[in-house]
Every structure is written in C-alpha cells, then in structure tokens.
Design a binder for this molecule. Structure first.
Ligand SMILES: Nc1ncnc2c1ncn2[C@@H]1O[C@H](COP(=O)(O)OP(=O)(O)OP(=O)(O)O)[C@@H](O)[C@H]1O
Ligand SMILES: Nc1ccn([C@H]2C[C@H](O)[C@@H](COP(=O)(O)O)O2)c(=O)n1
Length: 234
C-alpha cells in the first residue's frame, strides 16, 4: 500500500469533502456526481474495505477470525483510482471492481473492517490519497468526518429511512426480497455503528441531509451548493 509523503492541496479552490452515512443513503452516487461536476477527485472508501475482504476470502483467511485477519492485513496491495467518471480499484494489480460487489464480500466486510489493524492500514492509505489530490477530493465512507479527515473543509452525513434504502437497493438487485434486503442493511449498519474502532458516526460539525424524500438529483444539487459555498469562503 502506498505511504508516500503527503503534500497538502494548494489550489485555492481545493476543498476536502467528507461524506458519511449508513448503507444505501446515496453516498457513492452523490459523491461521484458532485466530484465530477466540480472537478474534484473521488474516493470510495467502502470499496477499499471490500477489496481487503475479497483478498482475505481469496487467500483462505477466516474473515470471522479477527486475529487471522489482523496478521494478514498488511499483505494486499490496494490501489484506488480517483477519477469520478471512472473510479477503479485493484488488489495486487488485479481489477477488483466486480468481485468486491459479491454477496460473499458484502456479508464479510463488516467483520473485516472492524479489525483495528485493517483500519489503521486503510486509514493511512486514505489520508495519503486525500493529501495528494491537489484539486480537492470527495471522500465517502463511514468514519471520514470523525476519524480519517477530521479537518475536512465540509462534512456531510446522509441519512434515509430503512424502507427507502431497502427500496433503492432492491431496485438495484432485481428480484430481491424487500424485507430481507431491509434486514440485511439494518444488520450491517448495526455492526458498522457498534464496532469499537472508528464506528459509523456523524461528526459533531457535519451537516445532516435526510434523503428519504429527495431524488438523487436533489441531493446532488444540495451538496454541490454546500461545496460551492465552502469554496467561495476559502
Ligand atoms: N435520493 C435518492 N433517491 C432514489 N434513489 C437513490 C437516491 N440516492 C441514491 N439512490 C440509489 O440508491 C442506490 C444506492 O445508492 P448508493 O450506492 O449511492 O448508496 P451508498 O450510501 O453509497 O450505499 P453503500 O454504503 O451501501 O455503498 C443506488 O441505486 C442509487 O442510484
Ligand atoms: N470508511 C468506511 C467505509 C466502509 N466501511 C465498511 C463498512 C461497510 O459495511 C463496508 C462496505 O462499505 P460500502 O461499500 O457498503 O460503502 O465497509 C468502513 O468501515 N469504513
């Protein structure tokens, strides 16, 4: 994993935006669109935890065994491409964009991401990427505003009702059971919020946006406005 010396963003318009929230609130869709519209880089930190999980599963590591996961956490080389129009993720040089979205990875990722050694390694990678984004960056995840980038220029915490989030996910997973989808996302949120090390949480200075009744376009416009206001004030 890259640990090159960090250089602070220099452009006056460079902003660091942290977007956190539970699963299915629209973090990825919103962050990508906002970054593309404003010429910022984009980092999907959930994809990095998924990549770590995929590597563990592919290498015979028991993802429920925290000690085994901790010992292996330093091994995979995870590289994220930050172009919002074509984000990429590789593990040991292999394209992982497809494999990290399987049900097996989704089921194991909360356990892997709760292991402190995993978080330390991935947090370091995230900070390096953010520091190298000269034009500014939108970073989305669960602990960006609280832990990874506590000095971000703008912090946003997206929420939505479990019903709305399940309906959105069911729309993606054709033929899936709505009730089962809702249960699975509530379970994952509980695990992500309940872990000891940097749990899913709203930073005290984050701006909360409830997206339940908003279209994706409305959420994007709201966040673009907030970023533009921050940029103008810098
Ligand atoms: N405001 C919205 N209204 C309707 N659909 C939405 C809205 N926001 C996002 N979606 C849709 O919901 C689905 C989930 O969105 P997205 O992947 O961006 O959420 P997420 O918060 O990043 O989830 P996860 O943390 O699980 O990766 C996508 O199909 C997306 O198009
Ligand atoms: N900053 C982050 C981002 C993600 N995770 C963990 C918890 C999630 O369940 C999992 C997958 O994220 P998703 O792709 O659904 O956004 O990764 C985390 O712990 N911290």
């Amino acid at each position: 994993m890259e640990t090159a010396a960090a250089a602070a963003p220099t452009s006056p318009a460079a902003v660091i935006v942290a977007i956190d929230g539970p699963s299915g609130t629209g973090k990825s869709s919103t962050s990508r669109a906002v970054a593309a519209q404003l010429g910022l880089s984009y980092l999907d930190t959930g994809a990095q935890y998924r990549a770590m999980t995929w590597w563990m599963l592919s290498n015979g590591i028991d993802v429920r065994d925290a000690a085994e996961v901790a010992t292996a956490a330093a091994k995979p080389v995870i590289v994220s491409g930050t172009d919002p129009t074509a984000p990429t993720i590789t593990v040991d040089g292999e394209d992982a964009a497809g494999p990290i979205r399987t049900q097996e990875v989704t089921s194991g990722v909360s356990a892997v991401s709760a292991v402190p050694e995993v978080r330390t390694r991935i947090t370091e990678l995230q900070r390096t990427i953010a520091a190298q984004a000269q034009g500014g960056i939108v970073v989305e995840g669960r602990d960006i505003g609280t832990t990874v980038l506590p000095d971000a220029d703008l912090k946003i915490f997206l929420t939505a009702s479990p019903e709305a989030r399940a309906a959105r996910r069911s729309g993606e997973l054709k033929g899936s059971d709505l009730a089962a989808t809702k249960e699975a996302l509530i379970r994952r949120d509980a695990a992500d919020s309940g872990r000891k090390t940097s749990p899913l949480a709203k930073a005290d200075d984050a701006c909360e946006v409830d997206t339940t009744e908003l279209t994706l376009q409305q959420v994007i416009e709201c966040v673009v406005t907030l970023v533009e206001e921050k940029r103008a004030a810098k």
